[in-house]
Design a protein around this ligand. Structure first.
Ligand SMILES: [Zn+2]
Length: 273
Protein backbone atom coordinates (compact mmCIF):
# COMPACT_ATOMS: atom_id res chain seq x y z
CA UNK A 1 0.00 0.00 0.00
CA UNK A 2 1.20 3.47 -0.84
CA UNK A 3 2.52 5.61 1.94
CA UNK A 4 0.02 7.98 3.49
CA UNK A 5 2.44 10.89 3.31
CA UNK A 6 5.30 11.37 0.90
CA UNK A 7 7.77 14.26 1.02
CA UNK A 8 9.84 15.37 -1.96
CA UNK A 9 12.86 17.62 -1.54
CA UNK A 10 13.96 20.04 -4.24
CA UNK A 11 17.61 20.48 -5.18
CA UNK A 12 16.91 24.17 -4.66
CA UNK A 13 16.96 25.42 -1.06
CA UNK A 14 15.96 21.89 0.02
CA UNK A 15 12.38 23.07 -0.49
CA UNK A 16 9.92 20.34 0.44
CA UNK A 17 6.72 19.30 -1.33
CA UNK A 18 4.13 17.06 0.26
CA UNK A 19 1.67 14.51 -1.09
CA UNK A 20 -1.01 13.19 1.27
CA UNK A 21 -2.93 10.19 0.07
CA UNK A 22 -6.50 9.40 1.16
CA UNK A 23 -9.04 6.92 -0.13
CA UNK A 24 -11.10 9.66 -1.84
CA UNK A 25 -8.33 11.92 -3.06
CA UNK A 26 -4.92 13.43 -2.75
CA UNK A 27 -3.61 16.65 -1.23
CA UNK A 28 -0.53 18.35 -2.68
CA UNK A 29 1.40 20.87 -0.62
CA UNK A 30 3.72 23.39 -2.31
CA UNK A 31 4.65 21.21 -5.29
CA UNK A 32 7.94 22.55 -6.64
CA UNK A 33 10.41 23.82 -7.58
CA UNK A 34 12.26 22.86 -10.79
CA UNK A 35 10.22 21.50 -13.72
CA UNK A 36 11.35 17.87 -13.39
CA UNK A 37 10.74 17.98 -9.66
CA UNK A 38 7.17 19.16 -10.17
CA UNK A 39 6.84 16.42 -12.80
CA UNK A 40 8.01 13.85 -10.26
CA UNK A 41 5.44 14.97 -7.67
CA UNK A 42 2.76 14.85 -10.37
CA UNK A 43 3.84 11.38 -11.51
CA UNK A 44 3.73 10.11 -7.94
CA UNK A 45 0.32 11.67 -7.24
CA UNK A 46 -1.11 10.34 -10.52
CA UNK A 47 -0.10 6.76 -9.85
CA UNK A 48 -1.95 6.82 -6.52
CA UNK A 49 -5.09 6.47 -8.64
CA UNK A 50 -7.10 9.18 -6.89
CA UNK A 51 -7.81 12.71 -8.07
CA UNK A 52 -5.68 15.47 -6.59
CA UNK A 53 -8.50 17.26 -4.79
CA UNK A 54 -6.58 19.97 -2.99
CA UNK A 55 -3.41 21.95 -3.44
CA UNK A 56 -2.17 24.17 -0.61
CA UNK A 57 0.07 27.15 -1.22
CA UNK A 58 1.70 27.48 2.20
CA UNK A 59 2.53 31.15 1.49
CA UNK A 60 3.15 33.50 -1.40
CA UNK A 61 6.95 33.19 -1.71
CA UNK A 62 8.06 32.24 -5.19
CA UNK A 63 9.52 28.83 -4.43
CA UNK A 64 6.15 27.65 -3.03
CA UNK A 65 3.72 28.71 -5.77
CA UNK A 66 5.06 27.08 -8.93
CA UNK A 67 3.05 23.87 -9.02
CA UNK A 68 -0.52 24.92 -9.81
CA UNK A 69 -0.50 24.07 -13.51
CA UNK A 70 0.49 20.45 -12.92
CA UNK A 71 -2.64 19.77 -10.83
CA UNK A 72 -5.62 21.21 -12.73
CA UNK A 73 -8.17 19.09 -10.84
CA UNK A 74 -7.10 20.48 -7.45
CA UNK A 75 -8.96 23.10 -5.47
CA UNK A 76 -6.18 25.55 -4.62
CA UNK A 77 -6.17 26.82 -1.06
CA UNK A 78 -4.29 29.75 0.44
CA UNK A 79 -4.59 31.93 3.51
CA UNK A 80 -6.85 34.97 3.39
CA UNK A 81 -3.93 37.46 3.24
CA UNK A 82 -2.30 35.63 0.31
CA UNK A 83 -3.52 37.91 -2.55
CA UNK A 84 -2.39 41.13 -0.84
CA UNK A 85 0.94 39.59 0.13
CA UNK A 86 1.39 38.35 -3.46
CA UNK A 87 0.67 41.80 -4.86
CA UNK A 88 3.09 43.45 -2.43
CA UNK A 89 5.87 40.88 -2.69
CA UNK A 90 5.97 40.41 -6.48
CA UNK A 91 7.10 36.78 -6.41
CA UNK A 92 5.94 36.25 -10.00
CA UNK A 93 8.68 38.66 -11.08
CA UNK A 94 11.14 36.67 -8.98
CA UNK A 95 10.11 33.48 -10.81
CA UNK A 96 10.66 35.10 -14.21
CA UNK A 97 14.02 36.44 -13.08
CA UNK A 98 15.15 33.07 -11.73
CA UNK A 99 14.05 31.15 -14.81
CA UNK A 100 15.70 33.70 -17.12
CA UNK A 101 18.93 33.74 -15.17
CA UNK A 102 19.31 29.97 -15.10
CA UNK A 103 17.71 29.19 -18.52
CA UNK A 104 14.93 27.22 -16.86
CA UNK A 105 12.29 26.24 -19.41
CA UNK A 106 8.85 25.29 -18.22
CA UNK A 107 6.46 23.46 -20.49
CA UNK A 108 3.84 24.84 -20.67
CA UNK A 109 5.31 28.27 -19.86
CA UNK A 110 4.74 29.22 -16.24
CA UNK A 111 1.44 30.85 -15.52
CA UNK A 112 0.51 31.40 -11.92
CA UNK A 113 -2.68 29.61 -10.89
CA UNK A 114 -4.39 31.73 -8.21
CA UNK A 115 -6.09 30.17 -5.20
CA UNK A 116 -9.72 29.07 -5.61
CA UNK A 117 -10.45 29.55 -1.95
CA UNK A 118 -9.00 31.77 0.76
CA UNK A 119 -9.07 30.21 4.17
CA UNK A 120 -8.77 31.16 7.82
CA UNK A 121 -7.12 29.42 10.73
CA UNK A 122 -8.63 25.99 11.42
CA UNK A 123 -10.02 25.30 7.93
CA UNK A 124 -10.52 21.54 7.72
CA UNK A 125 -10.55 19.30 4.65
CA UNK A 126 -11.09 15.60 4.09
CA UNK A 127 -9.62 13.01 1.74
CA UNK A 128 -12.15 10.40 2.85
CA UNK A 129 -10.21 8.56 5.51
CA UNK A 130 -7.68 11.32 6.22
CA UNK A 131 -8.48 14.76 7.53
CA UNK A 132 -6.24 17.81 7.40
CA UNK A 133 -6.38 21.18 9.10
CA UNK A 134 -4.81 24.43 7.91
CA UNK A 135 -3.17 26.46 10.64
CA UNK A 136 -2.40 30.14 10.27
CA UNK A 137 1.25 30.72 11.21
CA UNK A 138 2.13 34.39 10.60
CA UNK A 139 5.63 35.71 11.31
CA UNK A 140 7.71 34.61 8.32
CA UNK A 141 4.97 36.05 6.15
CA UNK A 142 1.54 37.25 7.15
CA UNK A 143 -0.18 34.63 4.98
CA UNK A 144 1.61 31.47 6.05
CA UNK A 145 -0.28 28.21 6.57
CA UNK A 146 0.85 25.02 8.24
CA UNK A 147 -0.87 21.75 7.28
CA UNK A 148 -1.68 19.41 10.15
CA UNK A 149 -2.62 15.79 9.48
CA UNK A 150 -3.90 14.68 12.89
CA UNK A 151 -4.18 10.94 12.12
CA UNK A 152 -0.51 10.88 11.13
CA UNK A 153 0.54 13.33 13.88
CA UNK A 154 2.37 15.24 11.16
CA UNK A 155 2.75 18.96 10.62
CA UNK A 156 3.95 20.61 7.42
CA UNK A 157 5.32 23.77 9.01
CA UNK A 158 6.05 25.76 5.81
CA UNK A 159 8.96 28.16 6.29
CA UNK A 160 9.38 27.60 10.02
CA UNK A 161 11.47 25.20 12.09
CA UNK A 162 13.94 24.28 9.38
CA UNK A 163 16.97 22.34 10.54
CA UNK A 164 19.15 24.06 7.93
CA UNK A 165 17.84 27.63 8.00
CA UNK A 166 17.41 30.33 10.56
CA UNK A 167 13.95 31.70 11.18
CA UNK A 168 13.45 34.38 8.52
CA UNK A 169 11.43 37.06 10.15
CA UNK A 170 9.03 39.71 8.94
CA UNK A 171 8.14 42.47 11.39
CA UNK A 172 9.23 42.60 15.02
CA UNK A 173 9.31 38.84 15.64
CA UNK A 174 6.33 38.75 18.02
CA UNK A 175 3.98 37.07 15.53
CA UNK A 176 6.71 34.57 14.73
CA UNK A 177 7.14 33.65 18.40
CA UNK A 178 3.37 33.34 18.82
CA UNK A 179 3.24 30.94 15.84
CA UNK A 180 6.09 28.88 17.33
CA UNK A 181 4.13 28.65 20.60
CA UNK A 182 1.06 27.54 18.67
CA UNK A 183 3.07 24.69 17.13
CA UNK A 184 4.62 23.87 20.49
CA UNK A 185 1.14 23.43 21.99
CA UNK A 186 0.31 20.88 19.25
CA UNK A 187 3.52 18.96 19.94
CA UNK A 188 3.20 19.15 23.73
CA UNK A 189 -0.35 17.75 23.57
CA UNK A 190 0.75 14.78 21.46
CA UNK A 191 -0.90 15.96 18.23
CA UNK A 192 2.36 16.31 16.30
CA UNK A 193 5.23 13.83 16.34
CA UNK A 194 6.67 14.46 12.87
CA UNK A 195 7.66 17.84 11.50
CA UNK A 196 8.07 18.59 7.81
CA UNK A 197 9.81 21.94 7.46
CA UNK A 198 9.42 23.80 4.16
CA UNK A 199 13.21 23.63 3.75
CA UNK A 200 15.43 20.90 5.13
CA UNK A 201 14.85 17.45 6.58
CA UNK A 202 11.79 15.69 7.90
CA UNK A 203 12.21 15.65 11.66
CA UNK A 204 10.64 12.92 13.80
CA UNK A 205 10.32 13.04 17.56
CA UNK A 206 8.43 15.41 19.85
CA UNK A 207 11.50 16.11 22.00
CA UNK A 208 13.61 17.05 18.97
CA UNK A 209 10.86 19.24 17.56
CA UNK A 210 10.29 21.00 20.88
CA UNK A 211 14.02 21.59 21.29
CA UNK A 212 14.09 23.29 17.87
CA UNK A 213 11.07 25.41 18.79
CA UNK A 214 12.78 26.47 22.04
CA UNK A 215 15.99 27.29 20.14
CA UNK A 216 14.11 29.48 17.66
CA UNK A 217 12.16 31.30 20.38
CA UNK A 218 15.42 31.96 22.26
CA UNK A 219 17.03 33.29 19.08
CA UNK A 220 14.16 35.68 18.35
CA UNK A 221 13.88 36.81 21.98
CA UNK A 222 17.61 37.59 21.96
CA UNK A 223 17.31 39.49 18.65
CA UNK A 224 14.44 41.54 20.04
CA UNK A 225 16.41 42.34 23.17
CA UNK A 226 19.67 43.27 21.43
CA UNK A 227 18.44 44.80 18.14
CA UNK A 228 15.33 46.39 19.67
CA UNK A 229 17.41 47.94 22.45
CA UNK A 230 19.55 49.81 19.93
CA UNK A 231 16.82 52.04 18.58
CA UNK A 232 18.66 55.25 19.52
CA UNK A 233 22.04 54.10 18.12
CA UNK A 234 20.96 53.35 14.56
CA UNK A 235 20.57 50.26 12.45
CA UNK A 236 24.30 49.63 11.89
CA UNK A 237 24.88 49.64 15.65
CA UNK A 238 22.16 47.00 15.95
CA UNK A 239 23.89 44.89 13.27
CA UNK A 240 27.18 45.22 15.13
CA UNK A 241 25.63 44.31 18.46
CA UNK A 242 24.05 41.15 16.98
CA UNK A 243 27.22 39.97 15.23
CA UNK A 244 28.51 37.98 18.19
CA UNK A 245 25.21 36.15 18.66
CA UNK A 246 25.10 32.42 18.14
CA UNK A 247 22.65 31.10 15.61
CA UNK A 248 21.94 28.05 13.44
CA UNK A 249 24.23 28.03 10.42
CA UNK A 250 26.61 30.68 11.78
CA UNK A 251 29.69 28.58 11.09
CA UNK A 252 28.00 25.76 9.24
CA UNK A 253 26.30 25.04 5.96
CA UNK A 254 24.27 26.52 4.42
CA UNK A 255 25.65 29.89 5.57
CA UNK A 256 23.06 31.99 7.37
CA UNK A 257 24.91 35.24 8.05
CA UNK A 258 22.87 37.18 5.47
CA UNK A 259 19.62 35.82 6.85
CA UNK A 260 20.74 36.79 10.35
CA UNK A 261 21.53 40.33 9.23
CA UNK A 262 18.16 40.59 7.46
CA UNK A 263 16.48 39.52 10.71
CA UNK A 264 18.35 42.19 12.68
CA UNK A 265 17.29 44.85 10.17
CA UNK A 266 13.65 43.69 10.13
CA UNK A 267 13.38 43.66 13.92
CA UNK A 268 15.29 46.92 14.32
CA UNK A 269 13.02 48.72 11.83
CA UNK A 270 9.85 47.28 13.34
CA UNK A 271 10.85 48.09 16.92
CA UNK A 272 12.40 51.50 16.24
CA UNK A 273 9.45 52.54 14.05
ZN1 LIG B 1 9.15 31.76 2.48
Amino acid sequence: MAQRIRVFTSALYMTTSGVVNGKDGVLAIDPGVLPREIGMVKWYADQLGQPVRYLVYSHHHWDHILGGQAFPSARRLAQRCFPDALAAGQPLGAIRKFDDEYYVQRDPPFEFQPPDELVDDGWAGSLGDVEFTLIHLPGHTIDMLGVHIPSEKTLFAADMLSDVELPMIEGDGSDYVASLRKIDALVASGQVETLVPGHGHVTPGAATIRARIAEDIAYIDRLRLVAGGRSSDGEEAAIGACRSMNYRGKDGWPPMSQAHEANVRAIYKAMAG
